[in-house]
Design a protein around this ligand. Structure first.
Ligand SMILES: O=c1[nH]c(NC[C@H](O)[C@H](O)[C@H](O)CO)c([N+](=O)[O-])c(=O)[nH]1
Length: 150
């Protein structure tokens, strides 16, 4: 028997946690994710804005703890700078989101792009493709797959 989640959004409640740091990129990721959700029938979406990607896991954890979202999408953009901050932030956000997935019952999709520079970021946030749409599809798939495991 093969189980996989459909891209069906009707009746789903979705939470989005999006960081404002590098919002030239993150607002494009958010717009494309919202476009995807709406075109797949999602009508119940809550959006939570945080200062930077490092703050994403805290809010995503709080939402997962509430247990009333079918899935949570974490959106952010970590751009390599001159300092080592990039690695610290990127690693901790990934670890934090992974931990929430293994601790609570709500799928949390890691939609944080990590790029060397803004151009690479723009390539992934609208020029060549928009990862926001892809991450939203993954969110729909995981929300529907989880329903099948009940
Ligand atoms: O979302 C990001 N936050 C970044 N830093 C801020 C961090 O997420 C926290 O908001 C901040 O450290 C306060 O906790 C970034 N860099 O510094 O490179 C970055 O590229 N992206």
């Amino acid at each position: 028997m093969i189980y996989e989640g459909e891209y069906k959004g009707e009746g789903l409640k979705i939470g989005i946690v999006v960081s404002r740091f590098n919002d030239l990129l993150t607002k494009e990721l958010l717009d494309s994710a919202l476009d995807c959700f709406k075109r797949h029938g999602v009508e119940d979406i809550d959006i939570f804005k945080v200062p930077g990607a490092f703050e994403i896991p805290f809010i995503a954890k709080e939402l997962a703890k509430k247990g009333n979202y079918d899935a949570i999408l974490a959106l952010g953009a970590v751009v390599k700078g001159e300092t080592y901050h990039f690695e610290l932030v990127a690693n901790e956000v990934a670890k934090g989101v992974a931990h929430i997935n293994l601790t609570y019952e709500t799928p949390v999709i890691f939609g944080v792009i990590t790029v060397d520079d803004e151009i690479q970021g723009l390539d992934r946030a609208g020029i060549k493709s928009n990862k926001g749409f892809e991450y939203a599809l993954a969110t729909l798939e995981m929300a529907n797959l989880k329903k099948k495991l009940k």
